[in-house]
Design a binder for this molecule. Structure first.
Ligand code: BUP
Length: 466
C-alpha cells in the first residue's frame, strides 16, 4: 500500500472454465502501464488445454511474471470416483501453505492477491496474515455467488439434517430447488460440499469479489449481494463482465486435426444458418447420448459445428469420431456438418455471422460469450453450476433452457427426435433472437467506456492503489 504502482499476484485454480476468465482479467491489467502483474502457475497442469494456454499467455505478455508452484504429492485414492478437477482443487488446497513464501518473497512487494473461489478458505487467511489485500475472481454467475455465500447460513438454520443441502431460499435473490444445485451438494459428506461450505464461510473476509457478469444481466442478485440482503457486510462486488480475451494469442487454435479450420468453414455458410454445439471442457456426455445428439442434428436439417468430447480430461480423449458417431454419419452430413475434437476459438465461432444458435451445457463462460455475441443459447445443463446458470440464461434473455432434459447421473436419454425439433424451433424463433440481440447490446454498453462494468473495473484498480 502507499505505492502508486501496485503489484497484483493472481492465484488461479484448475480447469479451463477457471483459467480463461483469469487470463482475461490478467491481460486486461497487463495491457495497462500502472499495474505490475504476476501469476502463480500450478504444476503439473491437469489438461493439455491448460498447458497450451498458460504457455500462450506468457509468450504473448512477457511483462507478466510467472511464479511456479509445484504441488506436493497428493493421494487421490482417498477420494475414489471424484471429478479430476475437484481433486485438483483439493490437492491445491493442501499445498497452499507453500504460497506464503512465494507471496512474501516476491519483488516488487505484492500489494494485492486475486485468487480463485475454490481456494478462498485457504488463501484469504494467508493474505490477511501477510497484510495483503485479497480479492476473489468468481468465475460463475452472481446468482451462484449468492448461493455460495448463503449455504452455510442455510445449513445452520436447517431443522432436519437431510442427506443434502435441500432447497435454498436465498434472501433477495431466488429460491433454488435442490434439483438445480450442483449434484455434489446432495451429499454433505462429499469433498466438493466440504470445500463449498468452507469457502462460503470465509468469503466474508475477502476484500472484494470480481464477477464475470454485468448489472443488466443479473440486477437482482447483484443488488442483493451489494445491499447486504444475502449476507450482512458482504465485501464489495465488482461486476466487470462480460470478460473478453485481449488477443487470440492466449487462445491457441493451432491443434486443428482437420484441413480447414472451423472458422474457415463458417465463412462458407449462409448467415445465421449454423448451430454451434459444445458442452465445454469437462462435461463428458455418454456415448448413447452422443448418438442421439448426432441423430438430432441430422434430423434438424440445420448446418452444424460440433465440438465433441468423450472424456472429462482432454488428454484421455483417444476415441475415434466414427466409433462414437456410428458408421456413415460423417458421410451423410458432409458439407453441412462439421465435427471436431480439437480446441476451437469459441469466442470467434460465436462472433461469426453464420452462427444462429448455440446448443450449450451453459458453463458460465459459454453463457457470457453467447451474451456478448447475441447468439441465442439453447441450454442443456449437465452438472455443477450449469442449472443455476441456466436460470440466468432465461431471466437475462440469453436464450432458453430445456429444464426436463437429462442431468449428469440420470439415466434418461433425450432422443434425437426431441433434440432435432427443439433445435429447429429455436433456430427460427424471432422473439428469442431479438431478446439475445438486446442482451448483447446491454453487454456492449456495460464494458464500453462509462458503462457499469467499465466503472467497476476502474473502481477495483483504484482500490488496489489505495
Ligand atoms: Br471445449 C472449448 N474452445 O474448444 P465454460 C472451450 N472453449 O474456446 P467448462 C474454447 O472454454 P464448467 C473449446 O469459450 C469457454 O471460455 C469456451 O468454459 C472455451 O465450461 C471455456 O463454458 C469453457 O464455463 O467448465 O470449462 O466446461 O463445467 O466448470 O462450467
Amino acid at each position: 500500500s502507499g505505492s502508486s504502482r501496485p503489484h497484483v499476484m493472481f492465484i488461479p485454480s484448475a480447469g479451463m472454465g477457471h483459467l480463461l476468465p483469469f487470463f482475461r482479467v490478467i491481460t486486461a491489467l497487463a495491457t495497462r502501464d500502472d499495474v505490475d502483474v504476476s501469476v502463480v502457475t500450478v504444476l503439473p497442469t491437469v489438461s493439455a488445454a491448460e498447458a497450451d494456454h498458460l504457455a500462450g499467455l506468457f509468450s504473448a505478455f512477457p511483462t507478466v511474471r510467472s511464479v511456479d508452484l509445484h504441488l506436493l504429492p497428493f493421494d487421490a485414492s482417498e477420494f475414489p470416483g471424484h471429478d479430476p478437477f475437484v481433486l485438483r482443487w483439493e490437492s491445491l488446497r493442501r499445498s497452499v501453505h507453500l504460497l506464503g513464501p512465494l507471496i512474501s518473497g516476491a519483488s516488487p512487494r505484492v500489494s494485492a492477491i486475486v485468487t480463485d473461489v475454490t481456494l478462498t478458505s485457504h488463501v484469504v487467511p494467508i493474505a490477511r496474515e501477510l497484510g495483503v489485500q485479497c480479492h476473489v475472481l468468481f468465475v460463475s454467475c452472481a446468482t451462484m455467488l449468492s448461493l455460495l455465500a448463503y449455504v452455510p447460513v442455510h445449513l445452520s438454520k436447517k431443522a432436519e439434517p437431510g442427506p443434502g443441502v435441500g432447497d435454498v431460499d436465498i434472501p433477495g435473490v431466488q429460491r433454488l430447488p435442490q434439483s438445480y444445485l450442483p449434484q455434489w451438494l446432495l451429499d454433505l459428506n462429499k469433498l466438493f460440499t466440504k470445500q463449498f461450505i468452507d469457502n462460503g464461510r470465509e468469503i466474508i473476509n475477502a476484500d472484494g469479489f470480481l464477477v464475470n457478469t454485468f448489472d443488466a444481466l443479473e440486477p437482482v442478485a447483484l443488488a442483493a449481494l451489494r445491499n447486504g440482503k444475502v449476507i450482512a457486510g458482504f465485501p464489495p462486488v465488482y461486476a466487470i463482465g462480460p470478460l473478453q480475451s485481449q488477443t487470440s494469442a492466449t487462445e491457441p487454435d493451432g491443434k486443428q486435426e482437420h484441413t480447414g479450420s472451423p472458422v474457415a468453414w463458417l465463412d462458407e455458410q449462409p448467415a445465421r444458418s449454423v448451430v454451434y454445439v459444445a458442452f465445454g471442457n469437462r462435461s463428458a456426455v455418454g456415448r448413447d447420448q452422443l448418438r442421439e445428439i448426432a441423430a438430432g442434428l441430422e434430423a434438424s436439417g440445420c448446418r452444424f459445428l460440433w465440438v465433441l468430447k468423450t472424456t472429462t480430461v482432454d488428454r484421455d480423449d483417444t476415441a475415434e469420431l466414427t466409433d462414437v458417431l456410428g458408421e456413415g454419419f460423417l458421410e451423410r452430413v458432409r458439407g453441412r456438418g462439421m465435427v471436431t475434437k480439437a480446441w476451437v476459438d469459441q469466442e470467434a465461432v460465436l462472433r461469426h455471422p453464420s452462427v444462429g444458435l448455440f446448443l450449450s451445457h451453459s458453463g458460465w463462460n459459454s453463457v457470457t460469450e453467447a451474451a456478448t455475441a447475441g447468439v441465442p443459447l439453447l441450454a442443456w445443463p449437465r452438472l455443477g453450476d450449469h442449472r443455476v446458470n441456466a436460470t440466468v440464461v432465461v431471466s437475462g434473455g440469453v436464450g432458453v433452457w430445456m429444464e426436463h432434459w437429462s442431468w449428469d447421473g440420470e439415466d434418461r436419454l433425450v432422443t434425437g427426435e426431441e433434440i432435432g425439433e427443439k433445435v429447429k424451433e429455436v433456430m427460427s424463433d424471432a422473439t428469442v433472437r431479438a431478446r439475445a440481440a438486446r442482451t448483447s447490446e446491454e453487454a456492449a454498453k456495460a464494458i464500453a467506456e462509462g458503462g457499469t462494468s467499465y466503472r467497476s473495473l476502474q473502481e477495483f484498480i483504484g482500490k488496489l492503489k489505495a
